[in-house]
Design a protein around this ligand. Structure first.
Ligand code: ATP
Ligand code: MG
Length: 387
């Protein structure tokens, strides 16, 4: 009997006029994830079906597809032509030997004559014949065997419902430009926004030779891990050393980080607009460090003129962020000890509540436009492909 994978997506957000748009986006994403595999993905009413794959690869496929945003659960099912004895035989095969069970029939095919309950009772008979020690328990069964009877006179028999990541299909919410450092937070911020359907680009600022090339590689590794969820990510690596030296030489030390972040945001906005992104994303979390107070955020935010800045972690504790980082597999890479550009010329006492007018006055000592232009002229573009 052939094995297939049934994919379910949340009904709630797919209702309404945009349903077919979301469905198309989602099935395209599933197909993209399975690009390298020999299999067929098709749409059934209310769900998708993967078939025609090598059964030895079932687990691998499940693991890939589980990470596609927009899917809520999946099940590996056996396909059986509509014949009660045959379906009963498969139910008996998947059933446990002891304990209790129930059979739940979902009958999309109304032409079969019997009701769902009648079919379940009959199939239960086959299971009990094969496993006399088993008991039926409709309310609190140890195992539930599900039988989906579809319109095409085919039954899908399965037990386990495997949770997928949920969210919205990547791409259905447009594109965003994420500031991706090598830290713990920004990869989680990327994950959060991709989960709401955003297709990501990323910008990384690096201070070679003050920081090692490994810092850049680490960030690209993080992007590669994120592709499991986000698909391919265009990463723009911006040389930031010249900007940092200019600030260091011309501005008060305590303003270093604030001014640096204002220049990062300006570059991020220009890149975002150039690459058709509708927002900027950062991994900031309120009060985590000096540059993440309301006053600091106001001062860095004020240079962004045309786009919203999303900070999906703003209300999260570090511990909560770490839980997600571990879940999505970025944590171990994030904690590798390569210095980020933010540690170069790090002042002893960064200003915690910067005042916009003072920062603007200090910044006036710089040729900000020339610094931005020069950094942008030397951007390295890396297409990080789904691994
Ligand atoms: P993270 O863990 O994401 O590095 P953090 O706690 O170290 O964050 P900051 O260093 O203040 O906090 O950085 C705040 C946000 O600014 C980061 O989450 C990221 O979005 C952005 N950012 C910081 N450094 C860089 C960098 N070198 N390149 C790109 N973005 C950066
Ligand atoms: Mg950091």
């Amino acid at each position: 009997m052939e094995k297939v994978i049934l994919l379910r997506y949340g009904e709630i957000y797919l209702k309404g006029r945009n349903r077919s748009y979301f469905e198309r986006c989602l099935i395209d994403n599933v197909k993209e994830v399975l690009n390298a595999y020999n299999c067929n993905v098709s749409k059934m009413p209310g769900r998708f079906l993967i078939e025609g794959f090598d059964p030895d690869l079932t687990e691998e496929l499940v693991d890939k597809v589980r990470k596609v945003f927009g899917l809520h659960s999946l099940s590996v099912a056996t396909v059986v032509p509509y014949d009660l004895a045959e379906i009963g035989r498969i139910c008996a095969q998947v059933a446990p030997n002891t304990g209790s069970f129930r059979i739940t029939v979902n009958r999309a095919d109304k032409s079969v004559g019997l009701t769902s309950i009648q079919i379940a009772a009959e199939l239960g008979g086959y299971v009990l014949d094969a496993h006399p020690a088993l008991k039926v328990d409709l309310h609190h069964p140890d195992k539930e065997i599900r039988v989906d009877l579809r319109e095409n006179h085919t039954a899908y028999v399965f037990m386990d419902v495997i949770a997928a990541v949920g969210g919205m299909p990547v791409g259905c919410s447009g594109r965003g430009m994420a500031l991706l450092s090598g830290g713990i937070d920004s990869p989680v911020a990327c994950y959060r926004m991709a989960k709401r359907g955003m297709k990501l680009c990323a910008v990384h600022f690096h201070s070679y030779p003050y920081t090692s090339l490994m810092a850049k590689e680490k960030t690209l590794d993080l992007a590669r891990i994120l592709t499991d969820y986000c698909g391919d990510i265009d990463v723009f690596v911006v040389p930031f050393t010249e900007v940092q030296i200019a600030i260091h030489e011309n501005c008060p030390a305590e303003y270093m980080i604030t001014i640096m972040r204002r220049i990062m945001m300006r570059i991020a906005e220009r890149l975002a607009l150039k690459h058709k992104c509708g927002s900027i994303i950062t991994g900031e979390s309120l009060a985590q460090v000096a540059s993440q107070t309301q006053e600091s955020i106001l001062v860095t935010n004020s240079v962004v003129e045309r786009l919203p800045v999303f900070r999906p972690l703003i209300g999260m504790d570090k511990e909560e962020i770490i839980v997600t980082a571990r879940e999505i597999g970025t944590f171990d890479t994030s904690i590798l000890p390569y210095e980020d550009c933010c540690t170069v010329f790090l002042p002893k006492n960064p200003v915690i509540r910067p005042e916009l007018s003072l920062i603007e006055a200090a910044e006036a000592k710089l040729d900000v436009e020339a610094l931005i232009q020069n950094a942008m002229d030397n951007i390295e573009y890396v297409k990080v492909e789904r691994r």
